[in-house]
Design a protein around this ligand. Structure first.
Ligand SMILES: CC(C)(COP(=O)(O)OP(=O)(O)OC[C@H]1O[C@@H](n2cnc3c(N)ncnc32)[C@H](O)[C@@H]1OP(=O)(O)O)[C@@H](O)C(=O)NCCC(=O)NCCS
Length: 181
């Protein structure tokens, strides 16, 4: 599966992507405000990630796609969409971009592509993301993609010796801006 954007494509992960995944994921900053702290990031983690991606495609419950630069065919991150309530057409997303590529708009482009696919092809109604309140960069990306901040999960995550609130963002199919020309 491939979803082509202007500078990046989202694509299915294959077994031989393990090294490419390690290259983008093995940076402390990438895990600071995510649910799992997997730094240092070993190749066996990447192989588990690829297995999970392949099982996810088969079950139809989860889609994990690599973010690849079109002109260099280099993996620079991944997006993840997991259906959390099939009956009510609701899924949760996650995303990561390689640290040296931060601030270039790649996460925004990747999430917009994912949103378009989720609403137009999977016919979902609602997407949500839950992020650490200190992850201001991630909040900004979600807002740029049309997500609305809707609530706080108080002291939801313990990280680096402190409890952190989780901030819930969501977007509905009727609010999808990727359909604009
Ligand atoms: C969150 C993440 C995906 C963003 O990727 P990115 O490619 O840098 O995002 P973009 O370049 O598309 O957009 C970043 C935006 O944040 C803004 N930003 C940067 N630092 C910021 C800060 N400290 N406070 C607020 N906004 C900030 C940028 O200016 C940019 O907005 P702009 O286009 O209006 O200028 C990336 O930092 C990452 O992989 N983090 C680790 C994993 C993670 O936290 N994932 C989210 C939880 S699942």
């Amino acid at each position: 599966m491939e979803i082509e954007g202007d500078r990046i494509r989202l694509r299915t992960l294959e077994q031989d992507d393990a090294r490419g995944i390690v290259r983008y994921a093995d940076h402390e900053e990438n895990w600071r405000y995510t649910l799992f702290d997997l730094y240092p990031y070993y190749e066996e983690y990447a192989r588990d990630f690829i297995d999970r991606a392949q099982k996810g495609y088969e079950s139809g419950i989860q889609i994990i796609l690599g973010i690849e630069l079109i002109d260099q065919e280099e993996l620079i991150g991944a997006v993840d969409l997991r259906i959390i309530d099939r009956e009510n057409k609701c899924a949760e997303i996650g995303y990561m971009v390689s640290y040296p590529y931060w601030g270039k708009g790649y996460a925004t482009e990747a999430i917009r592509l994912l949103i378009g696919y989720a609403f137009d092809n999977m016919m979902l109604h609602r997407l949500q993301a839950v992020i650490f309140e200190v992850n201001a960069r991630s909040s900004r990306v979600l807002e740029k993609c049309g997500f609305v901040r809707e609530g706080v999960e108080r002291q939801r995550y313990f990280r680096e010796g402190n409890w952190h609130d989780g901030i819930v963002f969501s977007i509905l199919d009727s609010e999808c801006r990727t359909r604009e020309p």
